[in-house]
Write a protein of this length. Sequence first.
Length: 266
Amino acid sequence: MLPPRLYKYEPFTTRSLENLKAQSIYFGPPSAFNDPYDCAFVPNIRRPTNDEVEAIRAAYLRAPETPPIARAQFEGTGTDELREILLRSARSALESSVKAFLARRGVTCFSEQCDDLLMWSHYGGRYQGFCLEFDPAKGNFGRIQKVAYSNELPLLDLVPLLASDNYEQVLSLFTTKAEAWRYEAEWRAVHAEAGTLYGYPSECLEGVYFGPDISDHALEIVCLILKGQNETVRFWKGRRSSTTFKVEFESFTYMSYMEARKAGLR
């Protein structure tokens, strides 16, 4: 079940401003991620039992698309030898899948929270950027997946992977991270091609949270962009708490220089 809000931290860069103006989200290559394991590990495969090996053999022999050479090997190979062949084949296939994913796919990441100190430091331009607040119910977030965290690499089962064409286990590899990253409370979406933009409806973006160290000029640029295309978006200015280690946010209303002048305030 999707959370009520999802947040995307952004540094104040030319690309982030262009994406904001285009009302689009950038899907970058996972090879640029700061976690060396992220989308780049090959999992362990549980050794199948004799019964499971025989189930895989039977599934391939039943399948009309099994090539004659492979069919002969399945028919003439003993259980122990077939188990090793299946394990080698599965490992090779998974390695190829991971390499292809890193080379071609695009990934974009969100968080369930907007006030995490490490997130602001790592992804919010060291407190000088901003964080976008999305309502997933108002946009096409149906294929986004929650990241799972673990201290151990995933252990995949060979039977559902080979006997029933169930590739959910493989897909889960790209939404699994080390326990050390749990603070990110991450959700992610995958695109078929890296370096692409995905547009979202303006009403999907409900708020913008500004880092406590963002400059006044940078804040005004973001506000000007959004006031020209989203009348309902809310703005929140961050500041360092004086009592706890956290960023606190206060809502504010932005008025451009021309609006203030027309209203007689400048």
